[in-house]
Design a protein around this ligand. Structure first.
Ligand code: UGA
Length: 433
């Protein structure tokens, strides 16, 4: 298949490279010249495990190219839209300007028989309006939400756990085209559901809303555990043995962040307001509030552990990304905690295996250590906020030698509490006595 992918961020760059590796001819398009220049020589503009090799192989095969010239989409017959839909500056709704711009740029190159495939996360109802705009060209629109996780994006793209195609009534031709694109996954028996456009859009936001709710549920239990002396990690383990509940996404800690879950639940509530169904999603405001309270909880714990004031005290913040195996610091709980402590007068030194450059660009006022030990040296308090293996694998005995005071706040409940306590540390977890 001849494929164009508009938008070469975390979603589009991986999608373009993966489609090329599967044998399709792919052109990746983006307006960001620096990003395209890097991708064109096989250099990912962000950290994603496996992407570098995938790009190099796909470019070498001659099946993957990148350009800023939108007119080159005319070489393709299947056009993926993978641009971002960030939160608007002045509200909770999704900002659709990049989706609109991508469709505007594609319109002159669309012909009867072409298929436009939306992958971006959009408010329910968006694709029906886009389909109207595309209809005069004779091309058809299909909505095919993406469920990839950062850090596992390559695997999730090549081996998705399900495929959802949202189509206009009776558009079997577009379904057949997408089946050809995803032939590799379909041959392996990947479940494929064909729905209407609205349902496909909703699957994506509902999935993220559910995951966010699950995390906030266990974090709410952490708040209760903190008030009662219960242990939220044992609670999660016990709940998780119930197959109807499951253990995944029940890790209490500093909460969820990133470019997806936080903004998606806010955009979803904004859309419910527009639809006159505010009450249906009122609980998501609570999910958001519980989540943000966990960041404050870490800051309050830090203040309490340092005797009521953090002013002038050295705090080692381990992790700035929103989760491990990513360099993404968008809405990162870890970075929020570091910034809040700095604002309170602490001498914060942050470290991260991959996220320092992005964090520094957003928060140049923070001090960053190149080496973990530089952050730890003479620290009055250590806070683990992103559970990178480099940090969860720290030796508590050797680490104790570096710090001024052996106090650790485990913001992800990821350290071995017994080992750290045995090494003489004062250990504080989240929702653990
Ligand atoms: C999320 C979804 O998991 C993907 O399915 C979806 O495709 C993607 O958003 C998207 O919309 O593009 P991602 O943002 O990469 O993926 O990250 P997750 O793995 O979902 O983690 C989100 C946040 O939740 C992280 O900050 C993580 O630390 C936190 N989390 C996760 C917890 O606090 N507790 C848990 O038990 C699990």
């Amino acid at each position: 298949m001849r494929i164009s992918v508009t938008g070469c961020g975390y979603l589009g760059a991986v999608h373009a490279a993966a489609m090329a590796q599967l044998g399709h001819d792919v052109i990746g398009i983006d307006i960001d010249e620096a990003k395209i220049a890097a991708l064109a020589v096989g250099r990912p503009p962000f950290y994603e495990p496996g992407l570098s090799d995938l790009l190099t192989e796909s470019i070498a095969s001659g099946r993957l190219r990148f350009t800023t010239d939108a007119s080159q989409a005319s070489e393709a017959t299947v056009h993926f839209i993978a641009v971002g839909t960030p939160q608007t500056r002045d509200g909770n709704a999704a900002d659709l300007r990049f989706v609109d711009a991508a469709v505007d740029a594609l319109l002159p190159h669309l012909e009867p028989g072409h298929v436009v495939v939306g992958k971006s996360t959009v408010p329910v109802g968006t694709s029906a309006a886009l389909a109207e705009r595309i209809r005069p060209t004779g091309a058809r629109l299909l909505w095919n939400p993406e469920f990839l996780r950062e850090g596992y994006a390559v695997r999730d793209t090549v081996e998705p756990d399900r495929l959802v195609y949202g189509v206009e009534t009776g558009d079997e031709a577009s379904v057949a085209v997408l089946d050809e694109v995803y032939a590799h996954a379909l041959e392996k028996g990947t479940p494929r559901m064909v729905t209407d456009l609205a349902t496909a859009e909703l699957v994506k936001v509902a999935a993220n809303a559910y995951l966010a709710t699950k995390i906030s549920f266990i974090n709410a239990m952490a708040e209760i555990a903190e008030a009662t002396g219960a242990d939220v990690t044992q609670l999660a383990d016990a709940l998780g043995y119930d197959n109807r509940i499951g253990r995944r996404f029940l890790n209490a800690g500093v909460g969820f962040g990133g470019g997806c879950l936080p903004k998606d639940i806010r955009a979803f509530t904004a859309r419910a307001d527009e639809l006159g169904r505010s009450e249906a999603l009122a609980f998501l405001k609570e999910v958001d509030a519980i989540n943000l309270r966990r960041r404050r909880r870490v800051v309050d714990l830090a203040t309490a552990e340092l005797g009521g004031s953090v002013v002038g005290r050295k705090v080692a913040v381990l992790g700035v990304t929103f989760k491990p195996h990513s360099d993404d610091v968008r809405d990162s709980p870890a970075l929020d905690v570091a910034v809040a402590l700095k604002g309170l007068g602490a001498n914060v030194v942050a470290a991260d295996p991959r996220g320092v450059a992005n964090a520094r660009a957003r928060h140049p006022q923070l001090e960053y250590a190149e080496e973990t030990k530089d952050a730890l040296r003479d620290a009055d308090l250590v806070i683990l906020v992103t559970e990178w293996p480099e940090y969860t694998g720290l030796d508590p005995v050797a680490t104790r030698e570096l710090v001024a005071q052996p106090i650790v706040i485990d913001g992800r409940n990821a350290l071995d509490r017994d080992a750290w306590t045995a090494a003489g540390w004062r250990y504080r977890g989240m929702g653990r006595s």
